[in-house]
Design a protein around this ligand. Sequence first.
Ligand code: NAP
Length: 675
Amino acid sequence: MLTAQSFAAGRWITPDATAIDIIGPVTGQPVARAGSAALDFGAMLDYAKTRGGPALREMTFHQRAKMIKALAAYLDSRKEELYAINPLTGATRRDGWVDIDGGIGTMFVFASKGRREMPDGHVYIDGGIEHLGRTGSFLGQHIAVPLQGVAVQINAFNFPVWGMLEKLAPALLAGVPSIVKPATQTCYLTHACVQMMIESGLLPEGALQLVIGRTGDLLDRLGPQDIVSFTGSADTALKLRNTPNLTRNATRFLAEQDSLNASILGPDTDPDSPEFDLFIKEAVAEITTKAGQKCTATRRLIVPDAMMGAVADALSAHLSAITIGKPDADGVRMGALASHAQKADVLERLTQLRAEARLIHGDPDTLSLTDADPAQAFLPPMLLACDDPDAARAVHEVEAFGPLSTLMPYRDTGHAAHLANRGGGSLVSSLFTHDTDVARDITLNAAAWMGRIYIMGRDSAAEATGHGSPLPHMIHGGPGRAGGGEELGGIRGVMHFMQRTAVQGSPDMLTAITGQWIKGATQTTGPMHPFQRTFREIEIGETIHTDARTVTLDDIEHFASFTGDTFYAHMNEEAARANPFFPGRVAHGYLLLSFAAGLFVQPDPGPVLANTGLNALSFQKPVSPGDSIQVALTCKRKTGRTETYGEVAWNATLTNQDDEQVAEYELLTMVAYDR
Ligand code: NAP
């Protein structure tokens, strides 16, 4: 039998007499012993805040991203140990893939986004500079820094691994230590994963602690720098959110709770269209994956009135082919629910739904199983049909967290969106259509009620990721009933663990704080041309001012014939003059860029490896034949990219003979760390 124990203030706490046996849903026998002696939550918070927090904040975003990547790789190398435990929760290997590989994959994505989208520093820059004065000596910049508290992560039973890792990765990337509290029913799998992470030795001391069992007075001890990130039922969220101490301290409380997600079959479909098949396939997957115990699972299938019969028949046929039984037995597609209590809860809610809807497929009383006992926590996939969804209430409000969904008809797209919105706020709704007008109409009517809208049709089916899969790149959460929270969504998900602060001051002050040169800040001159300096040597603010070059009419004509760009503003004096932007024929913007490169480049082989791009180019003033241009090139930002080179971003400003700015852009180069 497995043991699940807390990891508090750097040590594993041995279960004592208060520990409980967790009964397995497949055998009805104990599978794990879980619990611990009463925990000292004050000491745990102190440990996180005095050890984990400072150690994490000492690291840069890139160092933390590398740590997350190493942690993900470590878990990946030991994931079969997690898969070996997974069937005890009632889940098949396929279900486990969403949880285990899904969780590890989420860590990899955050690691990669941290390296690509965050600086190799301690301050995240949020948005552009705000000009608060006339001359540019007083500016504003939004920044984000890690909260100095602890992230308390309370998770639901259905994703013991993913549920933890999808919160842990952004918290670690932000630089905030975590105390994880998994749902008791499946905590032994979370425990195994935490044990691996601790054994990896990759995490700083105090960055991760685990609570098995109750949270005691933990929430009463949290303060303004802490955050509670909760996933579970609406009822528990309501109770925890209303903890007076959390309100008093304005402690952040993020909730991902239950949701009556919908899937709409477009009015443009018929049983022969590819979208019909896609809809049926997805609906079957949503009902059966994890035995329907997914927060994103489709609970309501909203189909055109005339299609009710065809959809019901197709779904019944597919659901009849699902093999249910022992999760690790050959050929079994659907395992057990996570517990006997969960089965009882689903049956109770099924009764509520049946007051408004007919059960048209699946009978919980007659169950044919592979290698398993029907008295245990098994249920068949079930389909209900509600003929009057406008009059119904329960089908839009009662979440039966198991393998069932309710079919209902709609009249037109407005009605379909209205029914989807009656979920009171959902994590996700999907729409199966090949008609762009239908997609636009339903999206505009329903988006305010949805965290995510998944539009599926023949053009994207081959690469589709699934209605029910929250992706680390896209936000996961939803308004109203879904909890009003938001997680994931790339760097947006990291921001929940950081404080956004508006900083106002001079360009030099903001440059010092952000580590990024800001226009108007001091420009310095290096000992040699910056293209001869290595990534390590170049300093923020280091600048070269080039010589001037006169732009002639011959240059413009040569460039026009050479490139084929004979646009009239460069070639036809009369037409150019008639244009409100130009005084007459003017130089091509791209000619100016080319001349600029010719002015600032140092041609010899050196540490600069490549020019990889250009951002935010603007042409601000036309350059006429006879004008001259010169360039100021300033090192703006440095970002490590690989083991051997990093990206240097340069501010390039082009000015004319009257010192007026004619163009500006950010130039990106890859520069070797060493000579
Ligand atoms: P739950 O009963 O609300 O429990 C969620 C978590 O809260 C568990 O870790 C539970 O621990 C803990 N908890 C309960 N009472 C607590 C208290 N007084 N103090 C501190 N912690 C407490 O939900 P569940 O049954 O585990 O999960 C199913 C529900 O979660 C469904 O409604 C589903 O829709 C929702 N869900 C939502 C998402 C999402 O992302 N939106 C994802 C997954 C699941 P114990 O187990 O020890 O009681």
